[in-house]
Write a protein that binds this ligand. Structure first.
Ligand SMILES: [Zn+2]
Length: 250
């Protein structure tokens, strides 16, 4: 199975999953035009759309895709998301035309947020729950809910390849360097990210294992996380909450 990352709006990502059968699925469409351009150029047929949460920058492309493919099945966590045909719940197993996803509920950014885990292929589509070196803003849930949601990702197979909903990586990196005052700890990360951005114009996908070392929103028990917790006298949750609150005004 291949994954095409489609640039959307200012800094959003949507994804087209496809293989040699020419069937395809779309995740979080915001703007249908570049998605349909890719699909038509490759003679693909869209059978399923999967949505992570109700925000418009993850759903507004549904209409355009429906116009082109009226039979498309729309899966979302929330019946109020327009055109939803299948409502997905925590721990559901859902088959697309190409693969199987396990649904993991991750409230925090929104209350309806879910993520799509393809264990067999080792992919995770995490919407606005986790970003590279950051996490989503807590709009609807509590900090506790967001912390628990991120821990669910932290427990997945460390070789999972993660596709997130936005290109916020450089800003997240600048934030972590500044607040932790540990610029030297991020030297290798910065050069890897610069390399990704120079070569591909984007910093995703990324590997869970790498995030577990450097993303202190996700994992507070890395070498760096343990050091920071000791310096500041904080628990895992307190370190997460401290970072999330500080990031809101960065
Ligand atoms: Zn969102």
């Amino acid at each position: 199975m291949k994954v095409e990352i489609i640039n959307q709006l200012k800094d959003n990502y949507s994804f087209v999953l496809y293989n040699d059968t020419l069937k395809s699925c779309v995740i979080d469409p915001a703007d249908s035009t570049p998605i349909l351009n890719f699909v038509f150029e490759n003679n693909l047929f869209i059978e399923d759309i999967f949505i992570t949460h109700h925000h418009e920058d993850h759903t507004s492309g549904v209409k355009g895709i429906l116009n082109a493919f009226p039979e498309v099945k729309i899966h979302s966590p929330n019946a109020q998301i327009e055109n939803t045909r299948f409502v997905l719940r925590d721990q559901d197993e859902v088959n697309s035309c190409l693969n199987a996803f396990k649904i993991i509920k991750t409230p925090g950014h929104t209350l309806d947020h879910i993520i799509y885990y393809d264990e067999k292929n080792g992919f995770l589509f995490c919407g606005d729950t986790l970003f590279r070196l950051g996490c989503g803003r807590v709009f609807e849930g509590t900090l506790n809910e967001m912390f628990n949601s991120l821990q669910k990702i932290n427990k997945l197979d460390k070789n999972t390849i993660i596709y997130c909903g936005h290109e916020y990586t450089l800003n997240n990196l600048n934030f972590l360097e500044k607040i932790l005052k540990k610029e030297e700890a991020y030297l290798t990360v910065r050069s890897k990210i610069n390399e990704d951005l120079n070569n591909k114009g984007k910093s995703i996908p990324f590997l869970l294992q790498d995030e577990q070392s450097y993303n202190l929103f996700l994992n507070q028990n890395s070498k760096l996380g343990t050091l920071i917790k000791k310096e500041l006298g904080l628990t895992d949750f307190e370190l997460f909450a401290y970072l999330r609150k500080a990031k809101d005004s960065f």
